[in-house]
Write a protein that binds this ligand. Sequence first.
Ligand code: NDP
Length: 451
Amino acid sequence: MSFDYDLFVIGGGSGGVRAARVAAQTGARIALAEEDRYGGTCVIRGCVPKKLMVFASGYPQMMREAGEYGWTVHAGGFDWHAFRSKLQAELDRLEGVYRKILSGNEVDTFDARATVVDAHTVRLGSGEEKSAKHILVAVGGHPIKPDMPGADHGLTSNEIFHLDELPRSILIVGGGYIACEFACILNGLGVQVTQYYRGAQVLRGFDEEARGLVANEMIQSGIDLQLGTNILEMEPAEGGFRVKSTDGGEKIFDQVLFATGRKANTGGLGLEEVGVELGRNGEIVVDDYSQTAVPSIYAIGDVTDRVNLTPVAIREGMAFVETVFNGNPTPVDHDLIPTAIFTQPEMGTIGLSEEAAREQEEIEVYATSFKPMRQAFAGYDQRVLMKLIVSKANRTVLGCHIVAPEAGEMIQLVGIAIKNGATKEEFDRTCAVHPTMTEELVTMHDPVRTA
Ligand code: NDP
């Protein structure tokens, strides 16, 4: 049977574009459909604009610090409109880069929504149908709001980059990556930030000591973090929105941002009708090779709700191409993935938290928390944390948790050692770089706890 294409990719985000490019380089005939902007969540409404906002929000502290170092600094205000125009221009540029990657590799692109008709056919928004030997679904996810009165008035991370004005005050609902990152960003930009999180501590699932320190630093920097508190309802009111909360309180905020999780974009794609299995939250169920219940249909990235991170989607795309186009079955390795939360200070983490490691085996915990030289000199009380979780049985470092400025950069490098099974003694054999914060990772001689 002959097909129009060897592969039809639905979704032009990081995962889909990488898979299309690498598959095209094998000589295969590839098409890709994207209904929105090329680059997907990461480039258009996630990691990239978020990180640029992190940078923008860091300057007030840097300027205060500069003053403490003897500089005379005259800080003006923050010009949101100037920043937003530059940000949008940068995203336009990046979208162009993504389109060029595809055209440069002779991938046929369709600026249209595509749905699945059968195991080998997709239908474009125009009604046109295309056949393909394989279909790769890489359509990502979208933010969801809680089911409560007035939720429609709230923002999500999709809208935050497009605001006409920065609000004077904002309520952020949630305690995950997005909630904590935007609490810090907006606080840094001068917005009065309140954050409601329904649980006992933000960043559930991460190392307790690390999340505790991030939360403390967030509070110290002026964020009104209310734990054990949730929003009940919101309605428009004079000066913004009136919010009722579970603690019986009622407050007015200029804006409300829901960062209450994300859901796979599988609605209306025709997947279940052709036999693709969906999980409880609408995610596509796949095996270790990203293959769905329909053998010719594969899925990668957030739509599969495995580890929802851009570099993971990219690796899933590469493993798919290796398996299907290079005849080399390659399972996706989801073990020991380093990640960073771009709060202020950042958290960089890889491997097991102290709590999870303790459940698994006997461990030694090496940790130190201190005021870093740069901020201490400027008179700040900010603390950082360097922490290693070590297996007692074989001395392997099972986890590393860093809370510090630039922790994202640090964990990338430590991650190489830990991914490759480094032991505590191998860390110790490495000479310290002095004076740095991370030198502590190779100079901690005695465990602070064993468990
Ligand atoms: P998360 O799933 O991380 O967090 C959702 C938060 O919302 C949790 O604190 C959750 O509480 C809370 N929540 C869920 N439902 C409700 C509700 N009905 N009422 C009140 N609170 C609620 O989702 P995010 O949206 O923050 O991020 C999604 C994913 O995107 C992340 O898991 C991550 O994979 C990725 N991401 C990665 C980033 C990075 O690498 N730096 C940055 C941003 C996102 P509870 O804990 O009680 O369930």
